[in-house]
Design a protein around this ligand. Structure first.
Ligand code: S3P
Length: 172
């Protein structure tokens, strides 16, 4: 028994990849990371794709690889921070399965992202203050998409028990 298709969304640094691995274990399903699949398919790192091909190409590839999941059953996938905001991806994910928004606080996002910015082309060259500004601006831009999620879990509530509660509702 496992829940069907689970899509984790949220800003960079919200813990999507970490939680996808955990959920895969206890939901006994396969866990995926959309960024990793893009890198494997393109045989390039995300920063290389951004610098060599540009963001538009990245977004097209992201949307294409996301749609591979039409054929798959029982999985959890950590999407990229921008995934819900391009190519009708949010609508598509909701049609396919359950979308959970990990709505981490700005303070936590900024401290995590400042420590791990190298692999993230959108912020790699920014200092902490610029990252804070970037996060605030992106949230304003992205919240209308994120808010369409089936479930939203905010900062202190991003915990195993709460995720389990949501996922149990979708077990078949
Ligand atoms: C992006 C987030 C990244 C990755 C790319 C763009 C974004 O994924 O897809 O660097 O637009 O927020 P993570 O959220 O897994 O870091």
């Amino acid at each position: 028994m496992a829940a069907e298709k689970i899509f984790l969304i949220g800003m960079m640094g919200s813990g999507k990849s970490y939680w996808a691995k955990k959920i895969a274990k206890w939901n006994k399903c396969v866990g995926y990371d959309l960024d990793e699949l893009i890198e494997m398919n393109e045989e390039k790192s995300i920063p290389e794709i951004f610098s060599e091909d540009g963001e538009d190409t990245f977004r097209k590839t992201e949307a294409k690889i996301l749609r591979w999941f039409k054929e798959k059953k029982k999985f959890v996938i950590a999407t990229g921070g921008g995934t819900p905001c391009f190519h009708d991806n949010m609508h598509w994910m909701k049609k396919e399965g359950v979308v959970i928004w990990l709505d981490e606080s700005i303070e936590v996002l900024v401290s995590r992202l400042t420590a791990e910015k190298a692999q993230r082309p959108l912020i790699a060259n920014l200092d902490e203050n610029e990252i804070a500004k970037f996060v605030q601006e992106k949230l304003i831009e992205r919240n209308p998409f994120y808010q369409q999620a089936n479930y939203r879990i905010t900062s202190d509530d991003i915990k195993e028990a709460n995720l389990k509660k949501i996922i149990l509702k979708h077990v078949s």
